[in-house]
Design a protein around this ligand. Structure first.
Ligand SMILES: Nc1ncnc2c1ncn2[C@@H]1O[C@H](COP(=O)(O)OP(=O)(O)OP(=O)(O)O)[C@@H](O)[C@H]1O
Length: 323
């Protein structure tokens, strides 16, 4: 378990982390989200004892990082995948890390196997692709078989296969009962990976809840109904007190009912003998919810408002702010 209590970090006049309290529990992947400059990296650095809090504390299984006897056995972290001597092989790098942390070197082959790098174990890490480097970073985090894992932007720059692999892998680690905290800018990826969220803005906690609760609390859910008799159905729904909108001007057959349930819309349609070709719940996305909730919390706005960019099919990086 990771527990932050009143965690605060000031750099001169800049309050990077402001009285942050949250808990990351085992057994689930927890996403750590926030616009640029929200304080995620600073918080993660304090978890790893790389930065000292101005006030408050962050505890790793009840202890400060510097009090852990064998830190790698308690908390494994992927912070910078390229942090490897380029002329060292993956195997040599892991062996050196294992030795300097009192971990038996036989664990090196195990973790190389877990992350799928056994075949390239003796190649220079400097020649690794980004995906391979990420895997090596994850192997390093796993060396001490820690109960707690922390990944800072693990899927940045990876291709879809690499992203899929990391997602499945993090979920597996959580299913084994480990605590898994992961920060990412790729919100639709986070929506698929993280069951729980800790959301920060301007160093403060904005939300700690399940991903589903977060999305439901801030984005619009509506019923989408497609029928060749859209106009007549629309009249029936309206006369039953439901707000009805067309999905778009071109499509004459699809209606959106923001406050309705599928049961109510389906039963009214059946009662009046309308043929339905579709009756679905349309949920908002994590992007929509994130932009709505954190829109006011970006450090430097682009000046174009903080409304979401046009809905995209894939991942949308949170680019509403710049450092
Ligand atoms: N060493 C430092 N000295 C001064 N200010 C800093 C330092 N490190 C971070 N900051 C400032 O603290 C704030 C939080 O930065 P941090 O990097 O933790 O945010 P972040 O949420 O990780 O952002 P990003 O998503 O862009 O990486 C920012 O305003 C940043 O400019």
């Amino acid at each position: 378990m990771i527990e932050a209590v009143g965690l605060t970090k000031r750099y001169g006049s800049k309050l990077a982390v402001d009285d942050l309290s949250f808990t990351v529990k085992p057994g689930k992947v927890t996403g750590f989200l926030g616009p640029n400059g929200a304080g995620k990296s600073t918080t993660m650095r304090m978890m790893l004892g790389l930065d000292r809090p101005t006030a408050g504390r962050v505890l790793i299984d009840g202890k400060h990082y510097t009090e852990l006897k064998n830190p790698l056995r308690t908390l494994g972290a992927l912070v910078d995948a390229k942090w490897v001597h380029p002329n060292r092989s993956a195997h040599a790098h892991l062996k050196w890390m294992a030795r300097s942390n009192g971990i038996p070197t036989k664990r090196v082959d195990e973790v190389l196997d877990i992350v799928g790098l056994s075949e390239v174990a003796h190649r220079r890490a400097g020649g690794f692709s980004l995906g391979m480097s990420q895997r090596l970073g994850i192997a390093t985090a796993l060396l001490g078989d820690p109960k707690i894992l922390m990944f800072d932007e693990p899927v940045n720059g990876l291709d879809p296969e690499g992203i899929h692999w990391i997602r499945r892998f993090m979920q597996r680690l959580a299913a084994e009962g480990r605590t898994v905290l992961v920060s990412s800018h790729l919100l639709s990826e986070m929506a698929q990976t993280a069951e729980e969220l800790v959301v920060v803005g301007r160093g403060k906690l904005i939300a700690q809840c399940s991903t589903e609760e977060f999305v439901d609390s801030a984005s619009n859910t509506s019923v989408r109904v497609r029928t060749p008799q859209a106009e007549q159905l629309g009249e029936v729904l309206a006369s039953n007190g439901l707000a009805v909108a067309r999905e778009n001007q071109q499509d004459q057959h699809t209606l959106l009912v923001p406050d309705g349930g599928t049961e109510q819309v389906g039963e009214l349609a059946a009662k009046h003998g309308f043929v339905l070709h579709e009756l679905t719940v349309q949920r908002g996305s994590l992007e929509e919810a994130f932009m709505q909730i954190t829109g006011q919390e970006v450090e430097f706005s682009t000046g174009q408002g903080n409304e979401p960019a046009a809905p995209a099919a894939g991942d949308v990086p949170v680019a509403a702010a710049e450092k």
